[in-house]
Design a binder for this molecule. Structure first.
Ligand SMILES: *[C@@H]1O[C@H](CO)[C@@H](O)[C@H](O)[C@H]1NC(C)=O
Ligand SMILES: CC(=O)N[C@H]1CO[C@H](CO)[C@@H](O)[C@@H]1O
Length: 193
């Protein structure tokens, strides 16, 4: 009995170790109104998520080429983009990483002005998200996103930038820019090839 029990236990441990450590870390550095960022979500990440979700540890960082200034932030596509970035940072702080955060981003990136329907679909209270956006919490989250973006991308040179396993790779990035996210992911997770 003891033998069977420990065998079961060790296979359970093996399974959980595998699923905890084998995932590919995928960090997406993007901007809320950037057409190439929107394409990455609507054409690659979102439609393929059901296939890849079990293999990927996803981090979404809505900041891109924005920068913090005394009065707030400046964004490549103007104030509405800054609003979208902070809106997503606040929503993500209330959603679990992975599927829940991605579902929210998929809704928003497909329809960037449809704030209330994306909140509703993710079960978020508009008042909570507004409080985050106006209380200084949203600014803090965006400042963290700024540091993350500047440390882990070359600039970024291009938006969106995708970093695999926390190490920027220029040749992967070029392929992402040509629309081959799934092909690059397969390099890191052979089961997805
Ligand atoms: C980046 O990816 C390419 C293509 O897979 C690979 O040949 C190269 O060794 C990688 N570079 C680094 C620094 O890991
Ligand atoms: C490898 C793979 O399954 N890619 C799919 C990702 O989603 C797009 C859009 O639905 C498909 O065209 C690809 O075949």
């Amino acid at each position: 009995m003891v033998g069977v029990g420990s065998l079961l236990l060790s296979s359970l441990l093996l399974i959980s170790t595998r699923s905890t450590f084998a995932k590919v870390a995928v960090s997406v550095y993007y901007e809320s109104l950037c057409p190439d960022s929107r394409d990455l979500f609507t054409q690659e990440l979102c439609p393929n998520w059901s296939k890849i979700g079990d293999y990927v540890h996803l981090k979404l960082v809505p900041f891109g080429k924005a920068s913090s200034v005394a009065s707030g932030f400046q964004c490549q596509h103007g104030p509405k983009e800054c609003y979208g970035n902070i809106f997503q940072s606040c929503a993500f702080s209330m959603l679990q990483p992975g599927t829940k955060q991605l579902n929210f981003a998929c809704c928003y990136m497909a329809n960037p002005y449809d704030y209330s329907s994306c909140l509703r679909r993710s079960g978020l209270a508009a008042s909570e998200v507004r409080r985050c956006m106006t209380s200084g919490e949203g600014r803090e989250l965006q400042l963290i996103a700024e540091v993350d973006t500047k440390h882990n991308t070359p600039g970024p040179r291009y938006v969106p930038t995708v970093v695999f396993n926390k190490k920027y790779n220029e040749s992967d990035q070029r392929k992402i820019e040509e629309g081959h996210f799934m092909g690059v992911l397969c390099k890191y997770e052979k089961r997805l090839c």
